[in-house]
Design a binder for this molecule. Structure first.
Ligand code: PMP
Length: 428
């Protein structure tokens, strides 16, 4: 399929003309993309890029099994959950089988944002309370509620937009906290418990990612959730795990992020990789919590759980199993992580390498220990000039984010490490 190509200057003008300038563009030298396959993306000039960034394409860009499942389903039936069709039940059973027994009800939507918004509404309906406890630098979605529960976004707004019903905890980040990992968990948990106790009996929910992506790939300190979850529950609140970025086997050792913290949440939020690029989101919860919607208005999503999405979602689960992607995330991820750690021994600016499986972060600090945003941006843009895609994030944008499609292999990891080394070596 030939795609008509518009000159880059015109595309940039059109962007400015038709969209708000808040729509950001990746890289100093933007890329006009044309095609993609597995861990590769191709621009209009025929250049191949190695994608070490897109965690949505878990099974690989345009994975043929997923594409075929969607094409076939689209040509047969598309409708909504007010009708009965097998694919809905087949997919749901396969998906729920991946959760602990207590998490046995699902609501399908079309994005991570719709899922987090619904999770908060469900939690508030269930508990009849209003306050939500969140983590500093967390991001959960673009809806009105999503922004209110996302310090990553609302910190950039004027103070008057901050909702007094949102309680913000310090990020339980062991690195540079002055504490060892286990002590850091206990310290931050104590602070969060104090915050909960100040709002005794008023908490509807506590929402957190197991590894905080937008905060700069920060794994919650060990033991933190194990202390905070019971306290939330003892006050009548529910615990929500946002698995939009980390779920579906990417972490290698665990299929879900909450498993790495040895807790079981009350509501789980799913999105991004669930449809390998097709817009599917969901929340998974307990029968008891789901029942709190039974006497309210009908829950309905026009597209959530439609037969095409179910066929695609099921194909994604099949590929994860058939291609042993979780195991692959572990072996390739460990290889890449140890390579990054080696690099960290050579360059003092590489201050921390963290994460699990194929969800890694590299924090850069200058020799005074300050966030080294400039170097992070340099590395990201130079890698792009070397045809490798990674991202940067965190409150100071000084953390490299590496979270490739799981088709990314050891040789790809070697190429990434090699290019990073030469960029570090040849800095001005
Ligand atoms: N939760 C997390 C942790 C996310 O990273 C995102 C998206 N970056 C969302 C929710 C929202 O998902 P979506 O963009 O699909 O609405």
């Amino acid at each position: 399929w030939e795609i008509e190509v518009t000159p880059i200057e015109k595309q940039l003008d059109q962007r400015h003309l038709y969209f708000s300038d808040s729509l950001s563009l990746s890289y100093r030298n933007p890329i006009q993309m044309k095609r993609s396959a597995f861990q590769y993306m191709y621009d209009i000039h025929g250049n191949s890029f190695l994608d070490a960034y897109n965690n949505i394409m878990l099974a690989g860009h345009c994975h043929p099994k997923v594409v075929r499942a969607g094409q076939r389903a689209m040509s047969v039936l598309n409708t909504n959950t007010r009708y009965l069709y097998d694919s809905l039940y087949r997919y749901t059973e396969k998906l729920l089988n991946l959760f602990p027994d207590s998490l046995n009800k699902i609501f399908f939507v079309n994005s991570g944002s719709a899922a987090s918004d619904l999770a908060i509404r469900l939690a508030r309906t269930h508990t009849r309370k209003n306050k939500i406890m969140v983590l500093q630098d967390g991001y959960h979605g673009n809806t009105a509620t999503g922004i209110q529960i996302s310090p990553y976004k609302y910190h950039k707004l004027d103070k008057e937009y901050h909702n007094p019903d949102i309680l913000e905890c310090e990020l339980p980040k062991a690195f540079n906290s002055g504490y060892e990992e286990a002590e850091a968990g206990a310290y931050f948990a104590k602070r969060s418990v104090e915050l909960l106790q100040k709002n005794q009996g008023e908490i509807a929910a506590f929402i957190a990612e197991p590894i905080v992506g937008c905060g700069g790939q920060v794994p919650l300190a060990k033991g933190y959730l194990q202390t905070v979850y019971p306290e939330v529950r003892s006050q009548g609140g529910v615990c929500i795990s946002d698995e939009v970025q980390v779920g579906f086997g990417r972490l290698g050792d665990h299929f879900w992020g909450f498993e790495m913290h040895e807790v079981v949440p009350d509501i789980v939020i799913l999105g991004k990789p669930m449809g390998n690029g097709h817009p599917i989101g969901a929340i998974v919860t307990t029968s008891e919590i789901a029942a709190s919607f039974d006497h309210g208005p009908e829950f309905f999503s026009s597209f959530g759980g439609n037969p095409v999405s179910c066929a695609i979602g099921e194909a994604v689960l099949d590929v994860i199993e058939e291609e042993r992607l979780q195991q692959k995330a572990k072996t390739v991820g460990n290889f890449l992580k140890s390579g990054l750690e080696e690099l960290g021994k050579r360059y003092a600016e590489i201050a921390d390498v963290r994460g699990s499986g194929m969800f890694l972060g590299v924090e850069l600090l200058d020799l005074q220990g300050k966030p080294y945003t400039e170097l992070a941006n340099h590395l990201k843009n130079e890698l792009r000039e070397n045809f490798i895609l990674i991202g940067t994030d965190g409150p100071f944008d000084n953390v490299l984010k590496i979270k490739p499609p799981l088709s990314f292999n050891e040789n790809d990891a070697r190429i990434l490490l090699d290019r990073m080394t030469s960029i570090m070596e040849n800095r001005a």
